[in-house]
Write a protein that binds this ligand. Structure first.
Ligand code: NAP
Length: 283
């Protein structure tokens, strides 16, 4: 899939460590090619001590912008001139636009997740939502759910310090929001799911070495019309999503979040809508 590179092609990039398995170069280059836009996207393996030099290089090369993945989403912030409200509240940046030498930081992860739900006809407004996990992804997702008008968010995590931090952030962003915090036990999960519209897994249970695990032990707590969502996209069907399907609940995996966070970054850099159907077909 070679893209047509000329003297006017502008660089966009991913910085992080590791980056070799990232799907971002494929998604963005497929979209640039489809729309005939003069951009190219490369992934650079950058560790935190190399970040300053990498940012200077991208400015010198007049890059249009770049994405950040682990472990650079927080460490990029001191290098930026401006932050979007989402980036400022979450304290994490996954997209930077370079505009006349100024660096503007955004966080498109949470909004990308919301768009993946909306694509499936689910709106967070006035809903009761259970979010398991309190890491970086959960933080962005929780903020966007609240900004969308989620009525009641129940945060469950195995340790509570990061969960309390998320709850504090949510009260700053949406002072009237109802947020409950508890440990991720089977009893707490079952009780929370009694009144929930959506369950989200934002832990790594279900991927890598934890592929055979799920946040849910007794699947009878999953009952339609509950929507069950996993932020994991590899594997596409986690153990949790298989449990939910067996119980006849609708499911959403993390591929939509991956696609829509990229589509939002694409729009920030190019001003164009990513041809998401075309990208999805080839992803
Ligand atoms: P993270 O910052 O490392 O947070 C991991 C969270 O999972 C923490 O709350 C942690 O609890 C919890 N956790 C870890 N191991 C656990 C276990 N064995 N049992 C129970 N809880 C456990 O990770 P992240 O960046 O937020 O990513 C979370 C998930 O989202 C990952 O599966 C990742 O692949 C996925 N993700 C998907 C996308 C997408 O585009 N679809 C984007 C980002 C992330 P403690 O606080 O107690 O440590």
């Amino acid at each position: 899939m070679p893209i047509h590179i000329t003297g006017n092609t502008q660089l966009t990039a991913l910085l992080g460590h590791p980056v070799e398995h990232s799907k971002s170069p494929f998604m963005h280059n497929t979209a640039f090619k489809r729309l005939g836009l003069p951009y190219a996207y490369l992934a650079f393996d950058i560790e935190p001590h190399q970040l300053k030099d990498a940012v200077e290089a991208l400015k010198t090369f007049n890059a249009a912008g770049f994405n950040l993945t682990m472990p650079l989403k927080q460490s990029i912030i001191p290098f930026l001139d401006e932050l979007s409200p989402e980036a400022s509240l979450t304290g994490a940046v996954n997209t930077v636009k370079i505009q006349e030498g100024k660096l503007i930081g955004y966080n498109t992860d949470g909004r990308g997740y919301i768009m993946s739900l909306e694509e499936r006809g689910f709106r967070a407004k006035d809903k009761t939502i259970v979010l398991a996990g309190s890491g970086g992804a959960a933080r962005s997702v929780a903020l966007s759910l609240m900004l969308e008008g989620c009525q009641h968010l129940i945060l469950l995590n195995r340790s509570l310090s990061s969960t309390h931090e998320i709850a504090e952030m949510l009260h700053l962003a949406a002072p009237l929001s109802k947020v409950d915090v508890d440990t991720l036990s089977q009893d707490h999960l079952a009780a929370a799911l009694e009144k929930a519209d959506l369950l989200i897994n934002a832990t790594p249970l279900g991927m890598g070495d934890l592929t055979d695990q799920s946040i849910v032990e007794d699947a009878t707590m999953l009952k339609p019309p509950l929507l069950v969502s996993d932020l994991i996209y590899h594997p596409a069907k986690t153990k949790l999503l298989k449990q939910a399907k067996k119980r006849k609940c609708d499911t959403v995996n993390g591929l939509g979040m991956l696609l829509w966070q990229a589509a939002l970054a694409f729009k920030i850099w190019t001003g164009n809508d990513m041809p998401t159907d075309h990208v999805k077909k080839h992803l």
